[in-house]
Design a protein around this ligand. Structure first.
Ligand code: DP6
Length: 320
Protein backbone atom coordinates (compact mmCIF):
# COMPACT_ATOMS: atom_id res chain seq x y z
CA UNK A 1 0.00 0.00 0.00
CA UNK A 2 1.11 3.65 -0.35
CA UNK A 3 2.90 5.15 2.64
CA UNK A 4 -0.36 6.74 3.74
CA UNK A 5 -3.91 7.14 2.48
CA UNK A 6 -6.30 9.91 3.49
CA UNK A 7 -10.08 10.02 3.21
CA UNK A 8 -12.59 12.66 4.18
CA UNK A 9 -16.26 12.40 5.13
CA UNK A 10 -18.94 14.75 6.39
CA UNK A 11 -21.35 14.13 9.24
CA UNK A 12 -25.01 13.75 8.44
CA UNK A 13 -28.11 14.84 10.29
CA UNK A 14 -31.09 12.50 10.36
CA UNK A 15 -34.51 13.92 9.46
CA UNK A 16 -36.16 10.56 10.10
CA UNK A 17 -34.24 9.23 13.08
CA UNK A 18 -32.51 5.94 13.76
CA UNK A 19 -32.90 5.10 17.45
CA UNK A 20 -32.85 1.41 18.31
CA UNK A 21 -31.26 -1.77 16.98
CA UNK A 22 -32.44 -5.26 16.30
CA UNK A 23 -31.03 -7.52 19.00
CA UNK A 24 -28.07 -9.60 17.80
CA UNK A 25 -24.85 -9.01 15.89
CA UNK A 26 -24.11 -6.72 12.91
CA UNK A 27 -25.43 -3.41 14.29
CA UNK A 28 -28.73 -3.74 12.44
CA UNK A 29 -31.08 -0.75 12.87
CA UNK A 30 -34.64 -1.45 14.01
CA UNK A 31 -35.97 1.20 11.61
CA UNK A 32 -35.04 2.96 8.35
CA UNK A 33 -33.69 6.52 8.51
CA UNK A 34 -33.22 9.50 6.19
CA UNK A 35 -30.61 12.26 6.45
CA UNK A 36 -28.77 15.19 4.93
CA UNK A 37 -24.98 15.24 4.65
CA UNK A 38 -23.30 18.48 5.81
CA UNK A 39 -20.68 20.11 3.63
CA UNK A 40 -19.26 22.54 6.19
CA UNK A 41 -18.09 19.96 8.77
CA UNK A 42 -15.38 17.47 7.89
CA UNK A 43 -13.57 14.50 9.37
CA UNK A 44 -10.18 13.68 7.86
CA UNK A 45 -8.63 10.26 8.47
CA UNK A 46 -5.18 9.09 7.40
CA UNK A 47 -4.05 5.51 7.75
CA UNK A 48 -0.63 3.92 7.44
CA UNK A 49 0.73 0.46 8.16
CA UNK A 50 2.26 0.29 11.66
CA UNK A 51 3.82 -2.24 14.05
CA UNK A 52 0.63 -2.36 16.14
CA UNK A 53 -2.83 -0.81 15.82
CA UNK A 54 -2.88 2.77 17.06
CA UNK A 55 -5.69 5.34 16.99
CA UNK A 56 -4.63 8.99 17.10
CA UNK A 57 -7.48 11.46 17.64
CA UNK A 58 -6.56 15.11 17.12
CA UNK A 59 -2.90 14.24 17.70
CA UNK A 60 -3.44 12.24 20.91
CA UNK A 61 -3.27 8.42 21.09
CA UNK A 62 -6.57 7.10 22.40
CA UNK A 63 -8.23 3.77 23.21
CA UNK A 64 -11.38 3.38 21.12
CA UNK A 65 -13.36 0.18 21.69
CA UNK A 66 -15.68 0.87 18.71
CA UNK A 67 -12.74 1.17 16.29
CA UNK A 68 -11.10 -1.95 17.80
CA UNK A 69 -14.30 -3.94 17.28
CA UNK A 70 -14.64 -2.56 13.76
CA UNK A 71 -11.12 -3.67 12.82
CA UNK A 72 -11.73 -7.12 14.36
CA UNK A 73 -14.81 -7.54 12.15
CA UNK A 74 -12.95 -6.44 9.00
CA UNK A 75 -10.09 -8.83 9.75
CA UNK A 76 -12.51 -11.76 9.80
CA UNK A 77 -12.97 -11.12 6.08
CA UNK A 78 -9.84 -9.37 4.88
CA UNK A 79 -6.13 -9.60 5.48
CA UNK A 80 -5.48 -6.27 7.18
CA UNK A 81 -2.09 -5.40 8.72
CA UNK A 82 -1.76 -3.40 11.96
CA UNK A 83 -2.72 0.21 11.18
CA UNK A 84 -2.11 3.66 12.55
CA UNK A 85 -5.36 5.58 12.23
CA UNK A 86 -4.87 9.32 12.48
CA UNK A 87 -8.21 11.10 12.61
CA UNK A 88 -9.59 14.52 13.41
CA UNK A 89 -12.67 16.64 12.81
CA UNK A 90 -13.08 20.39 12.43
CA UNK A 91 -16.05 20.31 14.84
CA UNK A 92 -16.56 19.19 18.47
CA UNK A 93 -16.89 15.39 18.96
CA UNK A 94 -19.38 13.52 21.12
CA UNK A 95 -21.92 16.28 21.61
CA UNK A 96 -24.55 15.49 19.02
CA UNK A 97 -22.79 16.57 15.83
CA UNK A 98 -22.40 13.04 14.48
CA UNK A 99 -18.62 12.65 14.65
CA UNK A 100 -18.92 8.86 14.67
CA UNK A 101 -20.89 9.01 11.41
CA UNK A 102 -18.19 10.87 9.48
CA UNK A 103 -15.49 8.98 11.42
CA UNK A 104 -16.45 5.46 10.31
CA UNK A 105 -17.36 6.61 6.80
CA UNK A 106 -13.89 8.16 6.38
CA UNK A 107 -12.19 5.15 8.01
CA UNK A 108 -13.67 2.44 5.77
CA UNK A 109 -13.12 4.65 2.71
CA UNK A 110 -9.42 5.06 3.59
CA UNK A 111 -8.94 1.36 4.41
CA UNK A 112 -10.69 0.27 1.22
CA UNK A 113 -8.42 2.47 -0.91
CA UNK A 114 -5.21 1.75 1.00
CA UNK A 115 -5.56 -2.01 0.94
CA UNK A 116 -7.29 -2.26 -2.43
CA UNK A 117 -10.26 -4.11 -1.01
CA UNK A 118 -12.33 -3.16 -4.06
CA UNK A 119 -15.48 -2.38 -2.04
CA UNK A 120 -18.47 -0.80 -3.75
CA UNK A 121 -20.13 2.24 -2.13
CA UNK A 122 -22.87 -0.12 -0.94
CA UNK A 123 -20.33 -2.41 0.68
CA UNK A 124 -18.57 0.54 2.31
CA UNK A 125 -21.94 1.65 3.71
CA UNK A 126 -22.46 -1.85 5.08
CA UNK A 127 -19.09 -1.74 6.87
CA UNK A 128 -19.57 1.84 8.03
CA UNK A 129 -22.96 0.84 9.53
CA UNK A 130 -21.29 -1.91 11.54
CA UNK A 131 -19.03 0.77 13.05
CA UNK A 132 -21.90 3.19 13.73
CA UNK A 133 -25.39 2.99 12.25
CA UNK A 134 -25.54 6.61 11.14
CA UNK A 135 -22.11 6.30 9.44
CA UNK A 136 -23.66 4.30 6.61
CA UNK A 137 -25.46 7.48 5.53
CA UNK A 138 -22.20 9.51 5.37
CA UNK A 139 -20.95 7.27 2.56
CA UNK A 140 -23.49 9.09 0.35
CA UNK A 141 -24.04 12.81 -0.14
CA UNK A 142 -27.05 15.12 -0.36
CA UNK A 143 -30.13 13.32 0.93
CA UNK A 144 -29.29 9.82 2.14
CA UNK A 145 -31.42 6.90 3.22
CA UNK A 146 -30.47 3.83 5.22
CA UNK A 147 -32.99 1.08 4.66
CA UNK A 148 -33.36 -2.63 4.14
CA UNK A 149 -33.47 -4.11 0.67
CA UNK A 150 -33.37 -7.85 0.06
CA UNK A 151 -32.30 -8.45 3.64
CA UNK A 152 -29.37 -6.00 3.36
CA UNK A 153 -29.14 -2.64 5.19
CA UNK A 154 -27.51 -0.22 2.78
CA UNK A 155 -27.30 3.51 2.18
CA UNK A 156 -28.79 5.13 -0.88
CA UNK A 157 -28.30 8.68 -2.19
CA UNK A 158 -31.86 9.88 -2.74
CA UNK A 159 -30.81 13.25 -4.18
CA UNK A 160 -27.27 14.54 -4.84
CA UNK A 161 -26.16 17.68 -2.91
CA UNK A 162 -27.09 20.25 -5.57
CA UNK A 163 -30.48 18.78 -6.46
CA UNK A 164 -32.33 20.50 -3.61
CA UNK A 165 -29.88 22.99 -2.12
CA UNK A 166 -31.19 23.41 1.42
CA UNK A 167 -29.12 24.84 4.27
CA UNK A 168 -28.62 23.50 7.78
CA UNK A 169 -28.04 26.11 10.48
CA UNK A 170 -26.53 24.61 13.65
CA UNK A 171 -26.90 26.32 17.00
CA UNK A 172 -24.19 25.08 19.39
CA UNK A 173 -25.49 25.31 22.95
CA UNK A 174 -22.79 23.29 24.73
CA UNK A 175 -19.45 21.64 23.96
CA UNK A 176 -19.65 19.12 26.80
CA UNK A 177 -19.46 15.43 25.78
CA UNK A 178 -22.79 13.67 26.21
CA UNK A 179 -23.04 11.55 29.35
CA UNK A 180 -24.89 8.64 27.69
CA UNK A 181 -23.73 7.73 24.18
CA UNK A 182 -26.15 6.76 21.42
CA UNK A 183 -25.40 3.02 21.52
CA UNK A 184 -26.13 2.75 25.23
CA UNK A 185 -29.03 5.20 25.06
CA UNK A 186 -30.89 3.40 22.29
CA UNK A 187 -30.49 0.07 24.03
CA UNK A 188 -31.95 1.62 27.17
CA UNK A 189 -34.92 2.89 25.15
CA UNK A 190 -35.44 -0.53 23.55
CA UNK A 191 -35.50 -2.21 26.93
CA UNK A 192 -37.44 0.32 28.97
CA UNK A 193 -39.49 2.82 26.97
CA UNK A 194 -43.20 1.92 26.83
CA UNK A 195 -43.31 3.64 23.43
CA UNK A 196 -40.55 1.61 21.77
CA UNK A 197 -42.89 -0.85 20.03
CA UNK A 198 -44.96 1.87 18.37
CA UNK A 199 -41.78 3.72 17.35
CA UNK A 200 -40.52 0.64 15.52
CA UNK A 201 -43.92 0.00 13.94
CA UNK A 202 -44.54 3.59 12.79
CA UNK A 203 -41.12 4.75 11.61
CA UNK A 204 -41.25 2.91 8.24
CA UNK A 205 -44.36 4.99 7.37
CA UNK A 206 -42.57 8.19 8.45
CA UNK A 207 -39.61 7.17 6.31
CA UNK A 208 -41.89 6.63 3.29
CA UNK A 209 -43.53 10.04 3.85
CA UNK A 210 -40.14 11.78 4.10
CA UNK A 211 -38.81 9.96 1.07
CA UNK A 212 -41.80 11.11 -0.98
CA UNK A 213 -41.34 14.69 0.31
CA UNK A 214 -37.68 14.64 -0.78
CA UNK A 215 -38.55 13.24 -4.21
CA UNK A 216 -41.18 16.00 -4.63
CA UNK A 217 -38.90 18.63 -3.03
CA UNK A 218 -41.89 19.48 -0.83
CA UNK A 219 -40.44 21.59 1.99
CA UNK A 220 -43.65 21.78 4.04
CA UNK A 221 -44.16 18.02 4.00
CA UNK A 222 -40.53 17.37 4.92
CA UNK A 223 -40.73 19.93 7.73
CA UNK A 224 -43.79 18.23 9.26
CA UNK A 225 -42.41 14.71 9.16
CA UNK A 226 -38.89 15.68 10.31
CA UNK A 227 -40.12 17.57 13.39
CA UNK A 228 -42.50 14.71 14.17
CA UNK A 229 -39.74 12.09 13.92
CA UNK A 230 -37.38 14.19 16.05
CA UNK A 231 -39.94 14.76 18.78
CA UNK A 232 -41.01 11.10 18.77
CA UNK A 233 -37.38 10.04 19.23
CA UNK A 234 -36.99 12.45 22.14
CA UNK A 235 -40.25 11.11 23.62
CA UNK A 236 -38.64 7.66 23.53
CA UNK A 237 -35.53 9.02 25.17
CA UNK A 238 -37.49 10.85 27.87
CA UNK A 239 -39.67 7.80 28.57
CA UNK A 240 -36.69 5.46 29.01
CA UNK A 241 -35.58 4.50 32.48
CA UNK A 242 -33.59 6.35 33.67
CA UNK A 243 -34.84 9.05 31.32
CA UNK A 244 -32.47 10.40 28.68
CA UNK A 245 -32.63 14.18 28.66
CA UNK A 246 -30.21 15.48 26.02
CA UNK A 247 -31.61 19.03 25.85
CA UNK A 248 -30.62 22.06 27.88
CA UNK A 249 -32.64 25.24 28.35
CA UNK A 250 -31.16 26.89 25.26
CA UNK A 251 -32.15 23.87 23.15
CA UNK A 252 -35.81 24.32 24.14
CA UNK A 253 -35.71 28.10 23.62
CA UNK A 254 -34.22 27.58 20.17
CA UNK A 255 -37.00 25.16 19.19
CA UNK A 256 -39.61 27.72 20.22
CA UNK A 257 -37.75 30.43 18.28
CA UNK A 258 -37.66 28.31 15.12
CA UNK A 259 -41.42 27.69 15.30
CA UNK A 260 -41.99 31.39 15.96
CA UNK A 261 -40.12 32.49 12.83
CA UNK A 262 -41.82 29.76 10.80
CA UNK A 263 -45.18 31.16 11.87
CA UNK A 264 -43.86 34.52 10.61
CA UNK A 265 -43.25 33.05 7.13
CA UNK A 266 -39.68 31.68 7.24
CA UNK A 267 -39.24 28.28 5.56
CA UNK A 268 -37.50 26.43 8.40
CA UNK A 269 -37.86 23.36 10.61
CA UNK A 270 -35.80 21.90 13.45
CA UNK A 271 -34.20 18.65 14.41
CA UNK A 272 -32.15 17.61 17.46
CA UNK A 273 -30.03 14.47 17.99
CA UNK A 274 -28.56 12.82 21.08
CA UNK A 275 -27.14 16.08 22.32
CA UNK A 276 -28.17 19.69 23.01
CA UNK A 277 -27.34 21.22 19.62
CA UNK A 278 -30.21 22.48 17.50
CA UNK A 279 -30.19 22.02 13.74
CA UNK A 280 -32.50 24.22 11.69
CA UNK A 281 -33.08 23.21 8.08
CA UNK A 282 -34.13 26.03 5.77
CA UNK A 283 -34.13 27.25 2.20
CA UNK A 284 -30.99 29.20 1.18
CA UNK A 285 -32.82 32.54 1.02
CA UNK A 286 -33.75 32.20 4.71
CA UNK A 287 -30.35 31.07 6.04
CA UNK A 288 -29.29 34.56 7.18
CA UNK A 289 -32.56 35.18 9.05
CA UNK A 290 -32.45 31.73 10.67
CA UNK A 291 -28.81 32.22 11.75
CA UNK A 292 -29.65 35.60 13.27
CA UNK A 293 -32.67 34.16 15.10
CA UNK A 294 -30.63 31.29 16.59
CA UNK A 295 -27.69 33.54 17.48
CA UNK A 296 -30.13 35.70 19.43
CA UNK A 297 -31.26 32.83 21.71
CA UNK A 298 -29.57 33.14 25.14
CA UNK A 299 -27.22 30.16 25.59
CA UNK A 300 -26.51 29.64 21.89
CA UNK A 301 -22.70 29.93 21.82
CA UNK A 302 -22.06 29.69 18.11
CA UNK A 303 -23.98 29.32 14.88
CA UNK A 304 -22.69 27.39 11.86
CA UNK A 305 -24.29 27.30 8.43
CA UNK A 306 -23.83 24.39 6.07
CA UNK A 307 -24.92 23.48 2.59
CA UNK A 308 -25.46 19.83 1.73
CA UNK A 309 -22.26 18.03 0.87
CA UNK A 310 -20.87 14.97 -0.89
CA UNK A 311 -20.34 11.46 0.41
CA UNK A 312 -17.05 10.11 1.74
CA UNK A 313 -14.14 10.38 -0.68
CA UNK A 314 -10.60 9.21 -0.77
CA UNK A 315 -7.61 11.48 -1.30
CA UNK A 316 -4.10 10.07 -0.92
CA UNK A 317 -1.72 11.56 1.61
CA UNK A 318 1.95 12.47 1.30
CA UNK A 319 4.18 9.76 -0.09
CA UNK A 320 1.41 8.06 -2.02
C1 DP6 B 1 -29.72 10.40 17.39
O1 DP6 B 1 -25.23 5.98 14.71
O2 DP6 B 1 -24.29 7.06 16.78
O3 DP6 B 1 -28.00 10.63 15.77
O4 DP6 B 1 -25.06 2.70 15.67
O5 DP6 B 1 -24.84 2.79 18.14
O6 DP6 B 1 -23.14 3.95 16.72
P1 DP6 B 1 -24.58 3.51 16.86
O7 DP6 B 1 -25.46 4.84 16.93
P2 DP6 B 1 -25.34 6.22 16.16
O8 DP6 B 1 -26.78 6.82 16.50
C2 DP6 B 1 -27.30 7.94 15.87
C3 DP6 B 1 -28.49 8.42 16.61
C4 DP6 B 1 -29.02 9.76 16.19
C5 DP6 B 1 -30.08 9.62 15.09
C6 DP6 B 1 -29.56 9.34 13.70
O9 DP6 B 1 -28.45 9.78 13.33
O10 DP6 B 1 -30.32 8.71 12.94
Amino acid sequence: MPESVTATAHPNIALVKYWGKRPGPGNIPATPSLSVTLDALTTTTTIRVAAVDRVVLDGVTVADAKIDGFLRGLREQFDIPPLEIDTGSDFPAGCGLASSASGFAALITAIDAALDLGLSAQERSDWARRGSGSAARSIVGGFGALHERDGQWLAEELLPPGAWPLRVVIGITSRTRKSVGSTEGMERSRLTSPFYGSWVRETPADFATARAAVAARDFGALARIAEASCLKMHALMLSSEPGLLYWNGATVEALHRIREIRNGGTAVFFTVDAGPQVKAVCTPDHATAVSAALADVPGVEEVLVSALGPGAVCGTGAGA
